[in-house]
Design a protein around this ligand. Structure first.
Ligand SMILES: *[C@@H]1O[C@H](CO)[C@@H](O)[C@H](O)[C@H]1NC(C)=O
Ligand SMILES: *[C@@H]1O[C@H](CO)[C@@H](O)[C@H](O)[C@H]1NC(C)=O
Ligand SMILES: *[C@@H]1O[C@H](CO)[C@@H](O)[C@H](O)[C@H]1NC(C)=O
Ligand SMILES: *[C@@H]1O[C@H](CO)[C@@H](O)[C@H](O)[C@H]1NC(C)=O
Ligand SMILES: *[C@@H]1O[C@H](CO)[C@@H](O)[C@H](O)[C@H]1NC(C)=O
Ligand SMILES: *[C@@H]1O[C@H](CO)[C@@H](O)[C@H](O)[C@H]1NC(C)=O
Ligand SMILES: *[C@@H]1O[C@H](CO)[C@@H](O)[C@H](O)[C@H]1NC(C)=O
Ligand SMILES: *[C@@H]1O[C@H](CO)[C@@H](O)[C@H](O)[C@H]1NC(C)=O
Ligand SMILES: *[C@@H]1O[C@H](CO)[C@@H](O)[C@H](O)[C@H]1NC(C)=O
Length: 891
């Protein structure tokens, strides 16, 4: 780097010489010369031209003196995607005071040569790609007042010579890669107003020295760097300080006493997220204008006296959470005229929340959870119209909730869990914005208020562990609840059905008197079901089809019913989750499967598929996979949910699953027709090309959806014609997808590899790389497309004298012969009108089955190309222009 700056120095000598020689050239020419070295991809400087009639003082970003003669004083070229060189020629603008090239792509070391610009006061290169160290010669920028190099890649130490930039008012090196372990000396920069060394994670040093002498300093921003050690007692000198941010460093020791010292201008004081200990800086409010005080997440302790706060008349934000404060909470805080935010959670504060809280007319957010407040719930809270969050869980609040506790029209979160509140839960009608209400673990003994069901956005309702009585209001069904927890109360009666079946999480246990499907006791007036499940020791669930509307509550609507089932004489237990209302128990399912076992279709390597007719007459397909138990119940459930949420017309729906110790039953929707694999190879396989193309498009769409649209992105990994089911209209549906997520990667891999019969669907790289990608699925798709084109099954066995050849090799051999391409196409379906389309599809199939994975197109490209081919059907043969659909570089 040193040599670098030497070169730059030398260059600037040459340029000085040049300057003298050519001082006669006009400022417009200087600007054009400057422009020449800049890359301007957006043509933002297009008006910088000697051809146009525009005076150069009116060019983009150029400003001149007001008087005559006109002279350029400022260049402001920020955010124009500029890059290239910053030519020293710009220094020939003798009056240039401000150069702002911020937010561009200049990729250079610090442009020392600009110290040639004798009048330059402001150099703003923030948010560029400036790299390298700060050279000692930075001191040459004698006239600079504002130096902004923030958000670049500047590394190394800040040189001592920075001290000679005595005019400097702004020094911003935030968000760089500065390092250095010796404290930086700033004492000489007595004009400094802004010092920003924030976000320099490698700057691991003690606090800079001499800051106390900076009497004009207004902003000291050192947050999120590596400063450690104590905060020096520098406040005495910082008479102008407005904003102090030392947060997120590694500072230790005490906060210096600010009591006797005035920081008359202080607005914001932030030392949060350090390792400070000691007591509250009690003189802080001598800063009469303090707006924000943040001490959170330190090791501060002791009490906070009310009189140290009472003068904070302008305070808006008070954050002392996550410390060890104790003693009575300073009560005057509640009635400070401007206070908006009070965060004091996770301390050991005692005391009361006074009714006078109603006077804090601007209060928005209160979090005092996990303290030792012992008081009644403040009467006045409902009068604070701006309050949107009140959370005071884990305290000793007692007594009844006042009827207005939730009257603020913007209230959205209330958490009063783990207190000693009792009596009735008041009706809540006014807080229409309430999202979350937690009253868990108190002593409420009323009924659940009906009016809860009138809160349109209530999503999270936790009333667990109280003494609530009565029944669960039917109207709660109207809510779009995501969590409903009423466990451990004394509720009784029938549970509204949608609360059981339409919710992701419903917690009802510990209410022995509740009844309904899925609960230990079924309601006495239920017909039919009670007899069937009279084995009442089993926890069973049935969901009646009458609930069909419930899932609509949540977009995709899942039926989640957790069941644990333990037949007396069997050692294994079954657990299941249904994503669809199936009126069947695991036991029934297994019995039905056993009966049908003889008819079980082979379902590939992972297990047999059984067609099962439910007692209701409904048909389902059940795949039994021997457990290679890699999943806990919980993780299996979450994997299954991922697969079951897929909704696409070309993908078979998963309706549910059951797990026991030795197997998993996957329940799929039933499709009456055969698989595509069943059709191939039959002499009568004469499905016309238009239908085959439609099948190909459907399969491609299903795959593209899995690969790119569904989140998380999935791979099929086991695509073959046997796993493509066709409905009666020949609409294809993929099945057996993503089984690796259920059986685990290793088991999946070894099963697939052992299944040699279908190996011709596997991409050649499968043998040597374990990493499967979308391109492997694309290969399998290509094989299927070839099957559709040729009418031959992928794994054609020996053809008279020829050795066994998979369809890919067979096609590739044939097409090398003249006119071979035409010979591979299925002659049964060839016609003049289909031939062009089939040739186009063949080209795609060959690209999909390319040996090099990177050459295979993405599934969406394939969908588009096939659809494009399809759309050409109506044209006459001559007009079909395949190359319009397919880029020509292929095969
Ligand atoms: C504009 O400047 C170019 C060089 O930058 C010069 O060749 C050309 O003659 C100038 N045109 C006019 C009209 O001054
Ligand atoms: C710049 O443009 C303004 C308005 O278009 C015009 O009044 C002014 O004279 C121009 N300045 C010069 C130096 O041409
Ligand atoms: C400027 O560059 C950014 C980042 O590379 C880019 O996202 C943006 O599109 C570019 N602006 C224009 C108009 O090209
Ligand atoms: C530098 O320019 C950026 C982008 O315009 C601006 O946000 C920043 O405030 C400027 N720096 C100074 C010190 O004025
Ligand atoms: C700081 O200022 C003093 C006196 O004004 C001077 O002697 C010293 O060299 C300066 N320090 C630096 C690093 O320029
Ligand atoms: C904080 O400082 C201690 C020692 O003073 C050191 O062990 C620790 O790594 C530092 N933490 C960070 C985040 O810099
Ligand atoms: C505050 O913490 C220090 C140790 O950090 C301890 O010695 C002192 O007793 C604590 N004071 C209170 C009031 O808890
Ligand atoms: C309510 O507070 C409890 C205890 O602090 C906490 O565990 C729970 O997550 C909170 N609930 C909500 C919805 O914030
Ligand atoms: C429901 O409440 C019970 C009792 O408080 C608790 O054990 C359980 O974790 C809660 N469930 C959820 C999801 O909050």
């Amino acid at each position: 780097m040193a040599s670098n700056s030497r070169i730059l120095l030398c260059l600037s000598c040459i340029f000085s010489f040049f300057l003298v020689r050519t001082s006669a050239i006009s400022e417009a020419e200087v600007l054009l010369h400057f422009k020449n070295s800049i890359n301007d991809p957006l043509d933002a400087l297009s008006d910088w031209s000697n051809i146009t009639a525009i005076h150069h003082c009116n060019w983009t970003g150029v400003s001149c003196t007001n008087g005559v003669p006109l002279a350029v004083t400022s260049l402001t070229l920020q955010s124009l995607n500029l890059s290239g060189e910053i030519s020293v020629s710009v220094c020939k603008l003798a009056n240039l005071a401000h150069l702002n090239l911020a937010d561009n792509f200049f990729n250079l070391p610090i442009p020392l040569h600009l110290s040639e610009c004798v009048s330059l006061e402001t150099l703003n290169l923030s948010t560029n790609l400036i790299w390298g160290t700060i050279p000692g010669q930075i001191s040459q920028f004698k006239s600079l007042k504002v130096l902004d190099f923030s958000s670049n890649h500047i590394e190394g130490k800040i040189p001592e010579s920075i001290g000679s930039l005595q005019q400097l008012r702004v020094f911003n090196m935030g968000s760089n890669l500065l390092s250095g372990s010796d404290p930086i000396v700033f004492g000489n920069l007595t004009e400094l107003e802004v010092l920003d060394l924030s976000q320099n994670p490698f700057l691991i040093t003690e606090m800079p020295v001499g800051i106390g002498k900076l009497s004009k300093l207004e902003k000291l921003l050192l947050q999120n760097s590596g400063f450690y050690g104590e905060i020096p007692d520098f406040f005495k000198g910082l008479k102008s300080l407005k904003i102090l941010d030392l947060s997120r460093n590694n500072l230790t020791g005490k906060i210096p006493q600010v009591r006797s010292i005035l920081l008359p201008e202080l607005l914001s004081f932030d030392v949060s997220q350090n390792k400070l200990f000691g007591t509250f800086p009690s003189g802080i409010c001598e800063a009469k204008g303090l707006v924000s005080l943040s001490l959170h997440t330190n090791f501060l302790n002791g009490s906070i006296r009310s009189d140290s706060i009472s003068e904070c008349m302008t305070l808006e934000r008070f954050e002392v959470q996550n410390n060890g404060f104790s003693g009575d909470f300073p009560s005057c805080l509640w009635s400070l005229p401007k206070i908006k935010l009070i965060r004091a959670e996770n301390n050991r504060f005692t005391g009361e929340i006074p009714d006078s809280i109603s006077e804090s007319a601007r209060l928005e957010q209160v979090q005092i959870d996990n303290n030792r407040f012992t008081s009644k719930f403040p009467r006045g809270l409902g009068k604070v119209r701006s309050l949107y969050r009140f959370s005071a869980s884990l305290n000793g609040l007692y007594g009844e909730l006042p009827p207005n506790f939730c009257d603020s029209p913007v209230m959205s979160i209330i958490n009063l869990s783990h207190n000693h509140l009792s009596g009735r839960i008041p009706e809540v009608r006014k807080c229409k914005k309430l999202v979350s209400l937690s009253l868990a673990d108190n002593g409420f003994s009323s009924e659940i208020p009906e009016s809860l069901s009138e809160l349109p956005v209530l999503t999270y309702l936790d009333l667990s562990c109280n003494n609530l009585k009565g029944s669960i209001p039917q109207n709660l069904e109207n809510l779009k609840l995501a969590l409903f927890n009423v466990s451990f109360n004394q509720l009784s009666g029938r549970v509204p059905l949608s609360l059981i079946s339409g919710l992701p999480a419903s917690f009802l246990q510990g209410n022995p008197e509740l009844c309904g499907p899925g609960l230990p006791s079924s309601c006495s007036n239920d017909k039919g079901t009670s007899k069937r499940f009279g084995l009442s020791k089993f926890t069973v669930a049935i969901i009646s089809l009458g609930l069909a509307s419930a899932p609509l509550i949540f977009g995709l609507g899942f039926y989640l019913v957790y069941r644990s089932y333990r037949p007396k004489f069997e050692s294994c237990s079954w657990r299941s989750v249904f994503f669809y209302p199936l009126r069947v128990t695991e036991l029934d399912l297994i019995m039905l499967m056993d009966e049908k076992a003889a008819n079980g279709k082979t379902g590939g390597a992972f297990g047999r598929v059984y067609d099962v007719t439910l007692p209701s007459g409904e048909l389902i397909a059940v795949k039994k996979i021997p457990t290679m138990s890699i999943h806990s119940w919980k993780s299996l459930k979450s994997e299954m949910k991922i697969l079951a949420k897929i909704r696409h017309k070309n993908i078979v729906k998963i309706l549910g699953f059951c797990q026991s110790d030795d197997s998993i039953l996957l329940i799929y929707e039933y499709l009456p027709e055969r698989s595509l694999g069943d059709l191939f190879g039959k002499p009568d396989f004469d499905v016309p090309w238009s239908v085959r193309l439609k099948i190909a498009i459907g399969v491609a769409q299903g795959l593209a959806y899995l690969h790119q649209d569904y989140v998380p992105h999935l791979l099929h990994r086991n695509l073959k014609s046997k796993n493509i089911l066709l409905d009666k209209d020949f609409e294809p549906k993929l099945t057996d997808f993503s089984l690796d997520r259920i059986v685990g990667d290793n088991a999946f891999h070894s099963t697939i590899s052992s299944e040699s019969a279908d190996s011709c669907y596997l991409a050649p790289e499968y043998g040597y790389t374990k990493r499967t990608t979308e391109q492997s699925d694309t290969y399998s798709f290509g094989v299927i497309l070839l099957e559709l084109l040729t009418g031959r099954p992928a794994d054609q066995l020996k053809e008279s004298m020829e050795p066994s050849l998979d369809v890919v090799k067979w096609v590739r051999r044939k097409i090398n012969i003249t006119n071979g391409a035409l010979k591979v196409l299925d002659s049964k379906i060839m016609s003049t009108s289909s031939q062009q389309q089939m040739m186009g599809a063949l080209e795609i199939a060959l690209r999909c089955t390319s040996v090099v994975p990177e050459k295979r197109p993405s599934m969406w490209e394939i969908v588009k190309t096939l659809q494009c081919l399809d759309s050409r059907t109506t044209l006459s043969v001559q007009e079909i222009n395949i190359s319009g659909c397919i880029e020509s570089d292929s095969v």
